[in-house]
Design a protein around this ligand. Structure first.
Ligand SMILES: [Cu+2]
Length: 144
């Protein structure tokens, strides 16, 4: 009896819409994992004492992710912030969005990482980038 009622529901338009809605919701839940690659990493003195600006290219060949924080191995006590430039002003941000399948440049005049309390005369530093889903990525940055 119950099975025949289910079959009857499916045979109606209402039943088909319901099934379609379930499929759409299910598809939305399945997200590709992010596939992050970081390259062209460099840093320079920011002009302020013991502050450096760090730039790079972040490629994502998978699902959406966010860069949420960064650390410098050689300067564990440095304060490392994510910044952007808006209307000529530098702003601290909580995260940098790395959309699905996109390449996000961290460059002058846009998104960048800034570290306070890192010696700008170093030739090379090791950055540990923390992505929300992908986890941590360790990269070397050369002084420019
Ligand atoms: Cu900055």
């Amino acid at each position: 009896m119950k099975f025949s009622r289910l079959f009857y529901a499916y045979s109606t338009n209402m039943g088909r819409y319901l099934l379609l809605a379930i499929f759409i919701v299910a598809a939305g839940c399945i997200n590709n994992p992010p596939e992050i690659k970081v390259h062209d990493v460099y840093f320079m003195s920011s002009g302020m004492s013991n502050a450096i600006s760090i730039f790079m290219v972040i490629e994502n060949h998978g699902g959406a992710d966010n860069l949420i924080s960064a650390k410098i191995k050689e300067f564990p006590n440095a304060k490392v912030e994510l910044h952007t430039i808006a209307g000529g002003m530098m702003l601290k941000v909580d995260k940098i969005e790395i959309p699905k399948g996109e390449t996000v440049p961290l460059k002058r005049g846009g998104y960048h990482i800034m570290a306070f309390g890192a010696d700008p005369s170093e030739d090379e530093i090791t950055l540990i980038l923390e992505f929300e889903k992908f986890g941590s990525v360790e990269v070397k940055a050369q002084r420019s």
